[in-house]
Ligand binder design. Structure first.
Ligand SMILES: *Cc1c(COP(=O)(O)O)cnc(C)c1O
Length: 361
C-alpha cells in the first residue's frame, strides 16, 4: 500500500497463479495444468528460424498469418479471429471492451476460473454469481431465465475450471438463444481434451465469443498465445481495446511458433490423445485409492478423499516435491486439482498417495 496508488488498486485482489518453483530437483509439477509433453517440434523449429535480424523490426501488429491459420483450422474467416498475449490478456480485453455496461452485472458461476473475479474488480464490473448445482454442474436455467435486470454479459469456462466438467453444446446453444442481446463468453482453455467446442455455434448466434489458449493443449504456456473467435463486429471492438493498449501483444517469434503449432495437426492430436488416456488411467487409480473424482474433460482431475483433509494431503505431497493445486474456497476446499502428467508422473503421484494414506491410518 502506498499513498501514490490509484484508488481502485487498494481494493484489487490479484489472481494467484500456481507456483513455479526454481531449482528444485525431482519436482513433479501437477499444479498449473501445463502439458506434460513439449510443443510440436515444428513450433520449436519455427522459433529457431524466427530468431534472426528481423527481430529489429516490430512484429506484424495484425498477426495476419496466425489469424489466417486459426481461421482455417476452425472453418472461419480471419475477421472472426482476435489474438492476444495469452488468453488471460484476451479475456482482459473482453472484460474491458464488452462487459463495462453502465453498472450492469456480469453473470457467472460461483465456482469457475478465478481470474474473472479479478478482472471484474480491475474493470469495475459488478458480479452476479449463479451457484453450481450440488453435483458441480452448471445449472442452465440460471442463465436462461430472467432474474430482473439484464446482465452485461455471461461468462463461464467449458470444461469448467477447476471442476473439469463439460457442458453439452445444446446447453450452450440454449444459453446463447435466451440472451440474444448480451455477449456469452465461453472460455475453452481445456476444450481440446474431449469437450465440444461452441465455435460450431458461431454460425447461428452472433453473441457467442469463444476463447482459446495455446498454453494447455498445444504446450506453449511459456510463449503466451491466446485467441478469441466471434462475430466480426465484436472482434472489431476488441481490436479497438487492443490498439488503445498495446498494438504489438504478440512478438514475431511467438507468432511464427503459433502458426507452426496450429498447422501440425498430427502431433497435436497424438498429444491430446496421450493426455486423455493418462487421465482415464489416473482417474481409475484415484478411485481405487478411495477418492471421489469429478468427471473430467480437461487435462486435470478434481478429486477429494472422504477421509483425508485436502490441504493436509497437498502439504504431505509437497514434502515429496509433488505440487498440486488446492483452493481455500467454500464448497471446494476439500478438493485437489491434479494436472494429468505422463503415465510415469501419475504413477509417482499415486505411489506417494498410497504411502501418505497408509501412514495416517
Ligand atoms: C489457463 C487458463 C487460461 C489462461 O491461459 P493463458 O493463455 O496461458 O493466459 C484461461 N482460462 C482458463 C480457464 C485457464 O485454465
Amino acid at each position: 500500500m502506498s499513498r501514490f496508488w490509484s484508488d481502485h488498486l487498494v481494493d484489487l485482489t490479484p489472481y494467484v497463479a500456481g507456483e513455479q518453483p526454481k531449482n528444485v530437483t525431482d519436482l513433479l509439477k501437477l499444479n498449473t495444468n501445463e502439458h506434460p509433453y513439449g510443443p510440436s517440434p515444428k513450433a520449436l523449429e519455427a522459433i529457431k528460424l524466427a530468431a534472426n535480424d528481423n527481430l529489429r523490426l516490430y512484429p506484424d501488429n495484425e498477426s495476419i498469418r496466425l489469424r489466417a491459420a486459426i481461421a482455417q483450422l476452425h472453418g472461419l474467416d480471419s475477421k472472426q479471429v482476435f489474438v492476444g498475449n495469452g488468453s488471460d490478456e484476451v479475456l482482459a480485453h473482453i472484460f474491458n471492451g464488452l462487459f463495462r455496461r453502465s453498472g450492469r452485472a456480469l453473470l457467472m458461476p460461483d465456482i469457475t476460473y478465478s481470474f474473472y473475479r479479478t478482472y471484474c474488480t480491475l474493470y469495475q464490473v459488478p458480479v452476479q454469481l449463479a451457484p453450481l448445482a450440488d453435483d458441480f454442474s452448471i445449472r442452465v436455467s440460471d442463465y436462461t431465465q430472467s432474474h430482473g435486470a439484464e446482465p452485461a454479459g455471461i461468462i463461464f469456462s467449458n470444461p469448467n475450471a477447476p471442476t473439469g466438467m463439460a457442458m453439452p453444446l445444446a446447453d450452450i446453444r440454449a444459453i446463447a438463444a435466451a440472451n440474444p442481446d448480451i455477449p456469452v463468453v465461453v472460455d475453452e482453455a481445456y476444450v481440446d481434451f474431449g469437450a465440444e467446442s461452441a465455435i460450431a455455434l458461431l454460425k447461428e448466434h452472433d453473441n457467442i465469443v469463444v476463447v482459446h489458449t495455446l498454453s494447455k493443449s498445444r504446450s506453449l504456456a511459456g510463449l503466451r498465445i491466446g485467441f478469441a473467435v466471434a462475430d466480426p463486429q465484436i472482434i472489431q471492438g476488441l481490436n479497438r481495446v487492443k490498439d488503445s493498449f498495446n498494438s504489438y501483444p504478440l512478438d514475431s517469434v511467438a507468432q511464427a511458433a503459433a502458426v507452426a503449432s496450429i498447422e501440425d495437426t498430427a502431433y497435436f492430436e497424438q498429444m491430446c490423445r496421450a493426455v486423455i488416456d493418462a487421465r482415464t488411467q489416473l482417474t481409475a487409480q484415484l478411485i481405487g485409492l478411495g477418492f471421489q473424482v469429478l468427471p473430467s474433460m480437461a487435462n486435470f482431475v478434481f478429486a477429494r478423499h472422504p477421509e483425508y483433509d485436502a490441504a493436509a494431503l497437498a502439504q504431505a505431497l509437497r514434502e515429496q516435491n509433488i505440487l498440486l493445486r488446492h483452493f481455500k474456497q467454500p464448497r471446494i476446499d476439500q478438493f485437489l486439482r491434479i494436472t494429468v502428467g505422463t503415465p510415469e508422473d501419475c504413477e509417482r503421484l499415486c505411489n506417494s498417495l498410497v504411502k501418505i494414506i497408509k501412514k495416517t491410518h
